[in-house]
Design a protein around this ligand. Structure first.
Ligand SMILES: C[S@@+](CC[C@H](N)C(=O)[O-])C[C@H]1O[C@@H](n2cnc3c(N)ncnc32)[C@H](O)[C@@H]1O
Length: 531
């Protein structure tokens, strides 16, 4: 491939200035756009919950209805704001003349200059311009990306990592306060967030994209479009040549992919999303004349959705379709999967002949891995149990889960391609000796699934989620709709996504209300040894 042409001036990676005088037709389109319905656990709803709580903490009057912009700073005015709170969406929240302003890339106690972008009935949205006086927690020397403060990908590069973890614990706390509909007395205190071994260079998947021309395909001689991620708060692509949260091979892959698009632009009919996914090959290499060998890893950047990628977690090998779901931070997976595996054990109380009671952590006989993808938990957490079933709606993921199980010499696993909502119809494990792992997509679980789970009543539930708000909502449903016999033993986050506002939540539930179940016959005195 020849050297890429120099980037045209409009691809320079600086903050795009908003068009302060949008054309008339654009104004009309904005007015005509129907308001988006607020989704459960969606960004807007999460932000609204934080705004309401700040309004009440500061003792402000609730926003007036009907809403009027009269008296508010005109759009594109620059104002000084003192940040009071960090929202769960990763934005700073400030108060100005009794109204809440949302300021990206800011943290509590920062005094910032921000530009007013729009007023909504409940709050005002701004663009971050500069820090006038930094918070004690801000350390701009930590910022490792030249696109930070513009790109929508990361929010926290200026925040020391320990503070990021502390904030994510708070995000989980707020999720349960605002979305679970549960009496706080029913919930344990949120555990410390487990950090990622890698805080940069961890993401094994990146998907930069570019927009197409308004009409027709690209033609020879067309200017190269911006290729990258979205500008924060705008429907505009930011041209990106590097992404330091990506793994080393993906950072190289961005450059190669950009060159490819630039050289082949005329072949694209419209805009496109570019897949960049890391794949690992392990080879045995001779280390000495005596024939000593050692494993060495080679990394590759895969761009074809239909190609295969390989990842290792410890000695376990997972092959996936490049375009299918797989966890994006390999560095945290060994600790994370060990944790999930250990949490499948439930407490069993035994009574010795002299009447002394002892509680032993007991592995289940059976495991159901709902939403199993290509078998990550089925294989790593179920390998020593009597029998394991994984279910996923994606038939190709199930095919890969079966071949991954075979390749890792797992003989106790069965996989079903189907809807998790119907999963328990085909499972004959007794709930009393079964643990269930739930790892749904961001929208959480369907009520049909949760009702069936409640009927099945597994002894232990380990609920993993990349959206702690829908997870909190679902836990509320479980406990309020027939699962009051469940005790929530543990809730904590794992930081799969350093520098961003996202956090992976794990909640552990044990069925306790039917008294103490007896020790299963074939479980010995030290059941913890089985896993
Ligand atoms: C967050 S991923 C988890 C995958 C897997 N546990 C892992 O860690 O690799 C969610 C999975 O749920 C699957 N899924 C989505 N809706 C589903 C449904 N209604 N029933 C079963 N699986 C579903 C998706 O195909 C995806 O593989």
């Amino acid at each position: 491939m020849s050297a890429p042409p120099p980037l045209p001036p409009n691809t320079h990676p600086q903050r795009r200035q908003r068009n302060e005088n949008p054309p008339r037709n654009q104004k009309r389109r904005r007015l005509e756009r129907a308001p988006k319905p607020v989704k459960e656990g969606g960004t807007e709803e999460v932000l609204q919950a934080d705004i309401s709580s700040l309004i009440s903490t500061l003792g402000l009057s609730p926003p007036e209805t009907p809403f009027s912009e009269q008296g508010l700073p005109p759009k594109f005015t620059e104002i000084e704001l003192t940040i009071k709170m960090l929202s769960s969406t990763g934005d700073g929240l400030a108060e100005h003349s009794g109204r809440i302003y949302v300021v990206p890339f800011s943290i509590p106690e920062d005094i910032v200059i921000a530009k007013v972008i729009r007023h909504t009935p409940t709050h005002s949205v701004t663009d971050f311009l500069s820090v006038k006086s930094p918070s004690q927690d801000r350390d701009d020397s930590l910022i490792s990306c030249k696109y930070f403060n513009t790109c929508s990908g990361c929010q926290f590069q200026m925040l020391p990592y320990a503070k990021q973890l502390e904030h994510k614990r708070n995000v989980i706390q707020k999720a349960y306060d605002n979305f679970s509909n549960l009496d706080p007395k029913l919930l344990p205190s949120i555990g410390d967030t487990v950090g990622s071994p890698l805080q940069y260079g961890y993401r094994t998947k990146l998907t930069p994209h570019f927009d197409g021309p308004r009409r027709g395909g690209f033609k020879a001689g067309d200017p190269i479009p911006d290729i990258g991620f979205m500008v924060k708060g705008q429907r505009q692509v930011l041209d990106i040549e590097d992404c330091p949260i990506g793994t080393e091979i993906l950072r190289k892959g961005i450059k190669t992919a950009r060159n490819y698009v630039q050289e082949n632009l005329h072949t694209y009919k419209r805009g496109a999303t570019i897949l960049l996914r890391e794949s690992t090959t392990r080879r045995l290499r001779e280390e000495s004349e005596e024939g000593n060998t050692k494993w060495v890893e080679e990394k590759e950047c895969i761009t074809d959705n239909n190609a295969q990628t390989t990842e290792y977690i410890g000695d376990y090998k997972f092959v996936n379709p490049a375009g299918a779901f797989f966890q994006n931070n390999n560095s945290i997976l060994p600790a994370f999967t060990d944790y999930v595996r250990s949490k499948l054990h439930y407490p069993v109380v035994t009574t010795s002949p002299d009447g002394a009671k002892t509680t032993v952590s007991t592995p289940p006989k059976y495991l159901v891995d709902a939403y199993c993808g290509s078998g990550l938990f089925t294989i790593l957490c179920g390998k020593d149990l009597t029998s394991v079933i994984g279910v996923d709606i994606a038939a190709d993921s199930i095919a890969y889960a079966s071949s991954n199980a075979a390749a890792n010499n797992i003989k106790n696993a069965r996989f079903i391609a189907g809807n998790a909502e119907k999963i328990f119809e085909s499972i004959d494990f007794p709930g009393t000796e079964t643990s269930v792992i739930i790892d749904p997509p961001r929208k959480g679980c369907d009520k049909l699934f949760l009702n069936q789970l409640l009927e099945f009543k597994p002894k232990r539930v380990v609920y993993v989620s990349c959206n702690v708000h829908t997870q909190a909502r679902d836990l509320g449903y479980i406990l309020n709709e027939g699962g009051s016999g469940y005790r929530v033993d543990e809730i904590r986050g794992f930081d799969f996504f350093p520098q961003t506002h996202h956090v992976e939540g794990v909640a552990v539930l044990t069925w306790v209300s039917e008294g103490i179940i007896s020790l299963p016959d074939d479980v010995n005195d030290k059941p913890g040894d089985r896993l």
